[in-house]
Design a protein around this ligand. Structure first.
Ligand code: CA
Length: 307
């Protein structure tokens, strides 16, 4: 009951293990690697255009500090919401770095500042993916995440309404369409399903509603949950690890489970190896999909395990 078969590979911010997150290059690579879904994190600009960025700040994935040094707020951050799309298009997107030390967060990945990448609007990215679907003959779905809707509304912007109007305009309307909409905020997931009448697939992220009582609440509005891997496999090392009841409990009420995030360069302590972790997640726990920075690794593992 409630199982996706076979499980799906979700390219977390694209093939972000190989190219800077949320660049079109990272999405093209993930598409070519065979990911079933490509993720978009979404924040709004000053002129209410949804753009594909993970943070409400621009500090750690762009050269904003060099371009607009005077535009930071008093808290020291540069907010996407303070810039127009035209301004954001002047920035270069880079591999994620630490704003204090300027060092790469993942030292073995693509070099910081290594190539002239740009910020994309949500609509640009969806058209890009649809173009790849056409030219490759293989449809990859989209997996948009509405970032911090409560914060956006406090700032006077209703990000969810804007995002779903673009999704609908681009052909993502019902559960049959290749789209999962995701959010960390339960109240917004509820609002998307009720007040905003979102008819497509919907997933709640995070670890707040994972006890059976919480799952029942979530199942009223959502089709799935996106918990951290640690909620599916508990423990700190291979000796004390345990598959929790989460997937079983979720499947019992028809909720899919798509945990985050598999990174081959940052494995959790419970894993002996990448293959070991994939086997725990897919074979032992029975998850329906997985967010990963390395779609090729998971695609290959699933192909081999299917033989
Ligand atoms: Ca995300």
């Amino acid at each position: 009951m409630g199982r996706e078969s076979p499980p799906i590979v979700i390219a977390h911010r694209g093939a972000s293990g190989y190219l800077p997150e949320h660049t079109l290059a990272a999405k093209a690579m993930a598409h070519a690697q065979g990911a079933e879904f490509l993720e978009q994190d979404i924040v709004l600009t000053k002129d209410n255009i949804p753009v594909v960025l993970h943070d409400i700040h621009l500090d750690t994935t762009t050269d904003v500090a060099r371009f607009f040094p005077e535009r930071k707020r008093t808290d020291g951050h540069y907010y996407t919401l303070d810039f127009t799309v035209a301004e954001l298009k002047q920035l270069r997107v880079t591999e994620r770095f630490n704003a204090k030390t300027s060092e790469a967060v993942y030292p073995n990945r693509f070099p910081v500042g290594g190539a002239p990448f740009q910020i994309s609007t949500l609509e640009e990215e969806l058209k890009f993916i649809q173009g790849l679907n056409k030219s490759s003959g293989r449809v990859a779905g989209i997996y948009p995440e509405i970032k911090q809707p409560a914060w956006h509304r406090k700032q006077g912007h209703d990000i969810s309404s804007i995002v779903i109007s673009i999704l609908r305009r681009c052909g993502y309307v019902t559960r049959e369409d290749p789209c999962w909409l995701q959010c960390f905020e339960f109240e917004e997931v509820k609002r998307l399903r009720t007040e905003l009448d979102w008819q497509g697939r919907l997933l709640l992220l995070g670890d707040e509603f994972l006890l059976p009582k919480g799952l029942t609440k979530v199942a009223k509005f959502a089709d799935g949950i996106g918990p951290p891997i640690s909620s599916v496999i508990s423990g700190t090392n291979p000796a004390d690890r345990r598959v929790t009841d989460l997937v079983k409990n979720a499947h019992a009420i028809d909720l899919m489970v798509h945990p985050y995030t598999l990174r081959v360069d940052e494995l959790p302590g419970v894993a002996r190896s990448v293959d070991d972790l994939l086997s725990l997640l897919f074979t032992e726990a029975g998850v329906d999909g997985l967010f990963t920075d390395f779609p090729d690794v998971v695609v290959k593992w699933l192909e081999q395990s299917d033989e």
